[in-house]
Design a protein around this ligand. Structure first.
Ligand code: SF4
Length: 208
């Protein structure tokens, strides 16, 4: 029976074989990207045609910046940066949401791509519970690959420790999900994101 490890590898291979240089991996330097980037590089013997890109809001945690440097060093990649740092004011509660600048950066990041790869997983919460490994992203007119859709936290940590992969040290301080410093607290699942408010997503993975 084919397992989780095979489904990760098969989904990434499908992305590479069908979309080559027209697929982009959205990287937020969390545990999911530790696993995704490592596996992607193994498919192509240490290099990849897949673009790896991030959105820099200018209010990322220092630990996230350290992880960025650790990823570039360990994996030998250059991460493309899409700037959303012109936020007039970062998140300060429901009365001021800066997500729109991040969503605009995503539009620029995806422009010219046929497909994208994300780290979203069903286990992360109700808004992600129906995630499929390969989806039609009608909002952007692209194929969306979610190779970790069926993976759990435990699966990720098994892989990270087995392969001694670099990971964001905030995970060891109780942050299960890591966004911008201005709106992320320690918490399990996505509980630490916009804690105490109704907000659950920044808009990057919302459907049309
Ligand atoms: S994660 Fe928070 S600070 Fe960053 S863009 Fe979204 S709402 Fe703004």
């Amino acid at each position: 029976m084919r397992g989780l490890d095979d489904s990760l590898n098969d989904t990434l291979r499908d992305a590479v074989e069908h979309h080559g240089g027209k697929v982009v991996l959205l990287c937020s330097f969390q545990k999911e990207e530790s696993v995704l980037i490592d596996e992607l590089l193994r498919i192509d013997n240490g290099k990849t045609s897949v673009r790896i890109a991030t959105i820099d809001t200018g209010v990322l945690f220092e630990e996230t910046m350290q992880t960025w440097r650790a990823f570039e060093e360990r994996f030998g990649i250059a991460v493309e940066v899409f700037d959303a740092s012109n936020l007039d004011e970062p998140w300060s509660g429901p009365e001021h949401c800066c997500s729109q600048a991040k969503v605009a950066a995503l539009e620029r990041l995806l422009s010219g791509a046929d497909a994208w790869i994300t780290g979203i997983r069903r286990e992360q919460g109700p808004t992600r519970a129906e995630t499929e490994p390969i989806e039609d992203d009608e909002k952007h007119g692209l194929i969306k690959y979610n190779p970790l859709a069926l993976w759990t936290e435990k699966d990720l940590w098994r892989r990270i420790h087995e392969r001694e992969l670099p990971y964001n040290p905030l995970h060891d301080q109780g942050y299960s999900s890591i966004g911008c410093a201005s709106c992320t607290l320690p918490g399990t699942g996505r509980d630490g994101r916009w804690a105490g408010t109704e907000k659950t997503e920044c808009g990057l993975h919302e459907h049309a």
